[in-house]
Write a protein that binds this ligand. Structure first.
Ligand code: BV8
Length: 245
Protein backbone atom coordinates (compact mmCIF):
# COMPACT_ATOMS: atom_id res chain seq x y z
CA UNK A 1 0.00 0.00 0.00
CA UNK A 2 2.75 2.49 0.90
CA UNK A 3 4.51 2.22 -2.52
CA UNK A 4 1.23 2.97 -4.32
CA UNK A 5 0.64 6.00 -2.10
CA UNK A 6 4.24 7.18 -2.63
CA UNK A 7 3.78 6.87 -6.41
CA UNK A 8 0.55 8.92 -6.26
CA UNK A 9 2.19 11.62 -4.10
CA UNK A 10 5.30 11.76 -6.32
CA UNK A 11 3.15 12.22 -9.44
CA UNK A 12 0.78 14.77 -7.87
CA UNK A 13 0.72 18.42 -8.94
CA UNK A 14 -0.97 19.28 -5.66
CA UNK A 15 -1.17 17.41 -2.33
CA UNK A 16 -3.28 18.39 0.68
CA UNK A 17 -2.93 16.98 4.20
CA UNK A 18 -6.05 17.28 6.37
CA UNK A 19 -4.98 16.72 9.97
CA UNK A 20 -6.71 16.20 13.29
CA UNK A 21 -5.76 15.63 16.91
CA UNK A 22 -4.19 12.25 16.09
CA UNK A 23 -1.13 13.84 14.45
CA UNK A 24 -0.33 15.63 17.73
CA UNK A 25 -1.00 12.59 19.94
CA UNK A 26 2.63 11.38 19.72
CA UNK A 27 3.75 14.84 20.85
CA UNK A 28 1.74 14.30 24.04
CA UNK A 29 -1.27 16.48 23.19
CA UNK A 30 -4.51 14.74 24.24
CA UNK A 31 -6.96 13.88 21.47
CA UNK A 32 -10.66 14.54 21.91
CA UNK A 33 -12.29 11.13 21.58
CA UNK A 34 -9.59 8.58 22.30
CA UNK A 35 -9.21 6.48 25.46
CA UNK A 36 -7.38 9.35 27.14
CA UNK A 37 -9.38 11.89 25.14
CA UNK A 38 -10.40 15.27 26.47
CA UNK A 39 -14.08 14.47 26.01
CA UNK A 40 -13.68 11.54 28.41
CA UNK A 41 -13.13 13.99 31.27
CA UNK A 42 -15.03 17.03 30.03
CA UNK A 43 -18.26 17.59 28.08
CA UNK A 44 -17.64 19.65 24.92
CA UNK A 45 -20.92 21.46 25.50
CA UNK A 46 -19.58 22.64 28.89
CA UNK A 47 -16.35 24.03 27.51
CA UNK A 48 -16.17 24.49 23.73
CA UNK A 49 -19.31 26.53 23.07
CA UNK A 50 -20.19 30.23 23.23
CA UNK A 51 -22.96 29.38 25.74
CA UNK A 52 -20.44 27.72 28.05
CA UNK A 53 -18.24 30.81 27.87
CA UNK A 54 -21.18 33.14 28.54
CA UNK A 55 -22.20 30.94 31.47
CA UNK A 56 -18.78 30.54 33.07
CA UNK A 57 -15.91 32.30 31.27
CA UNK A 58 -13.58 31.52 34.16
CA UNK A 59 -14.12 27.74 33.78
CA UNK A 60 -13.58 27.91 30.01
CA UNK A 61 -10.40 29.98 30.41
CA UNK A 62 -9.12 27.54 33.05
CA UNK A 63 -9.60 24.68 30.55
CA UNK A 64 -7.84 26.49 27.77
CA UNK A 65 -5.00 27.61 30.10
CA UNK A 66 -4.60 23.96 31.15
CA UNK A 67 -4.38 22.92 27.47
CA UNK A 68 -1.97 25.78 26.75
CA UNK A 69 0.27 24.56 29.56
CA UNK A 70 0.37 21.05 27.99
CA UNK A 71 1.02 22.43 24.50
CA UNK A 72 3.72 24.85 25.74
CA UNK A 73 5.65 21.79 26.94
CA UNK A 74 5.52 19.69 23.76
CA UNK A 75 7.37 19.66 20.45
CA UNK A 76 6.34 18.66 16.94
CA UNK A 77 6.79 14.92 16.35
CA UNK A 78 8.22 13.12 13.27
CA UNK A 79 4.76 13.16 11.70
CA UNK A 80 4.60 16.97 11.70
CA UNK A 81 8.20 17.13 10.45
CA UNK A 82 7.51 14.68 7.60
CA UNK A 83 4.68 16.90 6.31
CA UNK A 84 7.00 19.93 6.38
CA UNK A 85 9.62 17.93 4.45
CA UNK A 86 7.08 16.85 1.84
CA UNK A 87 5.96 20.48 1.43
CA UNK A 88 9.55 21.51 0.72
CA UNK A 89 9.94 18.87 -2.03
CA UNK A 90 6.58 18.82 -3.81
CA UNK A 91 5.22 21.34 -6.31
CA UNK A 92 2.22 22.30 -4.18
CA UNK A 93 1.47 21.11 -0.63
CA UNK A 94 -1.06 22.53 1.83
CA UNK A 95 -1.86 21.50 5.40
CA UNK A 96 -5.46 21.98 6.49
CA UNK A 97 -5.50 21.42 10.24
CA UNK A 98 -8.32 21.15 12.73
CA UNK A 99 -5.75 21.39 15.50
CA UNK A 100 -5.31 24.60 17.46
CA UNK A 101 -1.86 23.70 18.89
CA UNK A 102 0.31 25.44 16.25
CA UNK A 103 2.62 22.40 15.96
CA UNK A 104 2.58 22.30 12.14
CA UNK A 105 4.05 25.80 11.98
CA UNK A 106 6.65 24.94 14.63
CA UNK A 107 7.63 21.88 12.54
CA UNK A 108 8.36 24.14 9.55
CA UNK A 109 5.18 23.83 7.48
CA UNK A 110 4.65 27.18 5.72
CA UNK A 111 1.32 26.58 3.98
CA UNK A 112 -0.98 25.84 6.92
CA UNK A 113 -4.69 26.68 7.15
CA UNK A 114 -5.89 26.61 10.78
CA UNK A 115 -9.53 25.70 10.29
CA UNK A 116 -10.56 26.02 13.94
CA UNK A 117 -8.25 28.79 15.12
CA UNK A 118 -5.22 28.78 17.38
CA UNK A 119 -5.02 28.27 21.13
CA UNK A 120 -2.34 30.97 21.51
CA UNK A 121 -4.59 33.71 20.13
CA UNK A 122 -7.34 35.49 22.05
CA UNK A 123 -9.86 37.91 20.59
CA UNK A 124 -12.02 40.71 21.92
CA UNK A 125 -15.63 39.69 22.66
CA UNK A 126 -16.83 43.14 21.56
CA UNK A 127 -14.54 43.86 18.59
CA UNK A 128 -13.66 40.39 17.14
CA UNK A 129 -11.05 41.96 14.86
CA UNK A 130 -8.91 42.81 17.90
CA UNK A 131 -6.65 39.78 18.26
CA UNK A 132 -4.07 39.26 21.01
CA UNK A 133 -1.25 36.78 20.47
CA UNK A 134 -0.58 35.19 23.84
CA UNK A 135 2.24 32.73 23.17
CA UNK A 136 3.55 31.39 26.47
CA UNK A 137 3.84 34.75 28.15
CA UNK A 138 0.40 36.33 27.91
CA UNK A 139 -1.55 37.16 31.06
CA UNK A 140 -4.09 34.42 30.44
CA UNK A 141 -1.40 31.79 30.01
CA UNK A 142 -0.68 31.21 33.68
CA UNK A 143 -2.83 28.09 34.25
CA UNK A 144 -3.56 28.72 37.90
CA UNK A 145 -4.54 32.38 37.60
CA UNK A 146 -8.26 32.97 37.85
CA UNK A 147 -8.08 36.42 36.34
CA UNK A 148 -10.22 36.92 33.26
CA UNK A 149 -8.11 38.40 30.44
CA UNK A 150 -9.43 41.66 29.07
CA UNK A 151 -8.95 43.57 25.85
CA UNK A 152 -7.51 47.10 25.91
CA UNK A 153 -11.09 48.31 25.46
CA UNK A 154 -12.02 46.63 28.75
CA UNK A 155 -14.15 43.83 27.27
CA UNK A 156 -13.46 40.15 27.98
CA UNK A 157 -11.05 38.30 25.73
CA UNK A 158 -12.07 34.82 24.50
CA UNK A 159 -9.96 32.09 22.89
CA UNK A 160 -9.67 32.71 19.12
CA UNK A 161 -11.03 29.23 18.45
CA UNK A 162 -14.11 28.00 16.57
CA UNK A 163 -16.50 26.46 19.12
CA UNK A 164 -19.35 24.07 18.46
CA UNK A 165 -22.31 25.94 17.05
CA UNK A 166 -20.05 28.65 15.59
CA UNK A 167 -19.41 29.00 11.88
CA UNK A 168 -15.89 28.79 10.55
CA UNK A 169 -14.39 31.91 8.99
CA UNK A 170 -15.89 32.03 5.50
CA UNK A 171 -12.55 32.85 3.88
CA UNK A 172 -10.80 29.98 5.66
CA UNK A 173 -13.51 27.52 4.65
CA UNK A 174 -13.43 28.73 1.03
CA UNK A 175 -9.64 28.32 0.98
CA UNK A 176 -9.94 24.78 2.35
CA UNK A 177 -12.69 23.85 -0.11
CA UNK A 178 -10.62 25.17 -3.02
CA UNK A 179 -7.54 23.26 -1.82
CA UNK A 180 -9.36 19.91 -1.67
CA UNK A 181 -11.18 20.53 -4.98
CA UNK A 182 -7.89 21.12 -6.82
CA UNK A 183 -5.61 18.53 -5.21
CA UNK A 184 -4.57 15.22 -6.76
CA UNK A 185 -3.95 13.51 -3.40
CA UNK A 186 -5.63 14.17 -0.04
CA UNK A 187 -3.86 12.69 2.99
CA UNK A 188 -6.30 12.45 5.92
CA UNK A 189 -4.22 12.17 9.06
CA UNK A 190 -5.35 11.50 12.62
CA UNK A 191 -8.94 12.62 12.51
CA UNK A 192 -12.14 10.84 13.51
CA UNK A 193 -13.94 12.72 10.72
CA UNK A 194 -16.92 13.45 12.97
CA UNK A 195 -17.09 17.24 13.04
CA UNK A 196 -18.64 19.25 10.22
CA UNK A 197 -18.17 21.14 8.02
CA UNK A 198 -14.53 19.89 7.94
CA UNK A 199 -15.67 16.25 7.84
CA UNK A 200 -17.30 16.97 4.46
CA UNK A 201 -13.99 18.00 2.83
CA UNK A 202 -12.79 14.44 1.98
CA UNK A 203 -16.00 13.70 0.06
CA UNK A 204 -15.58 16.98 -1.84
CA UNK A 205 -12.03 15.96 -2.75
CA UNK A 206 -13.20 12.51 -3.87
CA UNK A 207 -15.96 14.10 -5.97
CA UNK A 208 -13.33 16.27 -7.66
CA UNK A 209 -11.25 13.17 -8.52
CA UNK A 210 -8.57 13.23 -5.80
CA UNK A 211 -6.93 10.06 -4.46
CA UNK A 212 -7.85 9.72 -0.78
CA UNK A 213 -5.41 8.25 1.76
CA UNK A 214 -6.25 7.71 5.43
CA UNK A 215 -3.39 7.63 7.94
CA UNK A 216 -4.78 6.59 11.30
CA UNK A 217 -4.34 3.98 14.00
CA UNK A 218 -7.98 2.95 13.73
CA UNK A 219 -10.94 2.85 11.34
CA UNK A 220 -13.00 6.03 11.19
CA UNK A 221 -16.24 7.21 9.64
CA UNK A 222 -14.15 8.23 6.61
CA UNK A 223 -12.40 4.89 6.04
CA UNK A 224 -15.18 3.66 3.76
CA UNK A 225 -14.46 6.31 1.09
CA UNK A 226 -10.66 5.91 1.10
CA UNK A 227 -8.64 4.73 -1.91
CA UNK A 228 -5.75 3.75 0.37
CA UNK A 229 -5.46 3.19 4.12
CA UNK A 230 -2.07 3.34 5.88
CA UNK A 231 -2.93 1.93 9.30
CA UNK A 232 -0.47 3.10 11.97
CA UNK A 233 0.69 6.07 14.00
CA UNK A 234 1.27 9.26 12.01
CA UNK A 235 4.72 9.65 13.60
CA UNK A 236 5.76 6.37 11.94
CA UNK A 237 3.73 6.27 8.72
CA UNK A 238 4.40 9.84 7.54
CA UNK A 239 8.22 9.59 7.82
CA UNK A 240 8.03 6.27 5.93
CA UNK A 241 5.93 7.95 3.23
CA UNK A 242 8.36 10.90 3.08
CA UNK A 243 11.26 8.46 2.65
CA UNK A 244 9.43 6.56 -0.11
CA UNK A 245 8.41 9.59 -2.17
C1 BV8 B 1 -20.83 24.69 12.37
C2 BV8 B 1 -11.84 23.60 18.37
C3 BV8 B 1 -22.60 25.90 11.40
C4 BV8 B 1 -12.23 23.57 19.81
C5 BV8 B 1 -13.41 22.04 17.42
C6 BV8 B 1 -25.91 20.99 16.90
C7 BV8 B 1 -25.67 22.30 17.29
C8 BV8 B 1 -24.67 23.07 16.73
C9 BV8 B 1 -23.85 22.52 15.76
C10 BV8 B 1 -24.08 21.22 15.40
C11 BV8 B 1 -25.09 20.45 15.94
N1 BV8 B 1 -25.04 19.21 15.36
C12 BV8 B 1 -24.02 19.18 14.46
C13 BV8 B 1 -23.44 20.39 14.47
C14 BV8 B 1 -22.34 20.79 13.70
C15 BV8 B 1 -21.09 20.61 14.59
C16 BV8 B 1 -20.67 19.15 14.51
O1 BV8 B 1 -20.19 18.72 13.50
N2 BV8 B 1 -20.87 18.42 15.60
C17 BV8 B 1 -20.51 17.00 15.59
C18 BV8 B 1 -20.00 16.62 16.98
C19 BV8 B 1 -21.73 16.20 15.16
N3 BV8 B 1 -20.10 21.48 14.01
C20 BV8 B 1 -20.01 22.74 14.42
O2 BV8 B 1 -20.62 23.21 15.36
C21 BV8 B 1 -19.06 23.59 13.57
N4 BV8 B 1 -19.76 24.77 13.15
O3 BV8 B 1 -21.26 23.66 11.93
O4 BV8 B 1 -21.41 25.93 12.14
C22 BV8 B 1 -23.71 25.58 12.39
C23 BV8 B 1 -23.96 26.46 13.41
C24 BV8 B 1 -25.03 26.17 14.27
C25 BV8 B 1 -25.79 25.00 14.12
C26 BV8 B 1 -25.49 24.10 13.09
C27 BV8 B 1 -24.44 24.38 12.23
C28 BV8 B 1 -17.85 24.00 14.36
C29 BV8 B 1 -17.08 22.77 14.80
C30 BV8 B 1 -15.75 23.19 15.39
C31 BV8 B 1 -15.67 22.74 16.83
N5 BV8 B 1 -14.31 22.99 17.32
N6 BV8 B 1 -12.17 22.30 17.81
C32 BV8 B 1 -11.05 23.26 20.69
O5 BV8 B 1 -10.07 22.65 20.22
O6 BV8 B 1 -11.16 23.59 21.86
S1 BV8 B 1 -13.82 20.47 17.01
C33 BV8 B 1 -12.58 19.36 17.42
O7 BV8 B 1 -13.12 18.05 17.21
C34 BV8 B 1 -11.40 19.36 16.49
O8 BV8 B 1 -11.01 20.65 16.13
C35 BV8 B 1 -11.82 18.56 15.31
O9 BV8 B 1 -12.38 19.36 14.31
C36 BV8 B 1 -12.93 17.72 15.84
C37 BV8 B 1 -12.61 16.26 15.66
O10 BV8 B 1 -11.51 16.00 16.42
P1 BV8 B 1 -10.28 15.19 15.77
O11 BV8 B 1 -9.24 16.17 15.44
O12 BV8 B 1 -10.73 14.28 14.69
O13 BV8 B 1 -9.84 14.37 17.05
P2 BV8 B 1 -10.54 13.08 17.66
O14 BV8 B 1 -10.04 12.94 19.05
O15 BV8 B 1 -12.01 13.10 17.39
O16 BV8 B 1 -9.94 11.89 16.76
C38 BV8 B 1 -8.54 11.63 16.83
C39 BV8 B 1 -8.23 10.65 15.71
O17 BV8 B 1 -6.83 10.42 15.69
C40 BV8 B 1 -8.89 9.30 15.90
O18 BV8 B 1 -9.39 8.84 14.66
C41 BV8 B 1 -7.72 8.40 16.36
O19 BV8 B 1 -7.88 7.05 15.92
C42 BV8 B 1 -6.57 9.03 15.65
N7 BV8 B 1 -5.26 8.85 16.26
C43 BV8 B 1 -4.94 8.81 17.58
N8 BV8 B 1 -3.60 8.69 17.72
C44 BV8 B 1 -3.07 8.68 16.46
C45 BV8 B 1 -4.12 8.78 15.53
N9 BV8 B 1 -3.92 8.82 14.20
C46 BV8 B 1 -2.64 8.73 13.77
N10 BV8 B 1 -1.58 8.63 14.60
C47 BV8 B 1 -1.75 8.60 15.94
N11 BV8 B 1 -0.69 8.48 16.76
Amino acid sequence: MLPAVADAVRAARSVVALTGAGISAESGVPTFRGEEGLWRSFRPEDLATADAFARDPSLVWRWYRWRRQIIAGVRPNPGHVALARLEARLPRFTVLTQNVDGLHGLAGSASVVELHGNIWRARCTVEPGRIVDERPSGPSCSPDSNELPRCGCGALLRPDIVWFGETLDAGVLAQAAEAVRTCDVLLIVGTSGLVYPVAALPEAARHAGATLVEINVARTSLTVIMDHVLRGPAGVVLPALDAAV
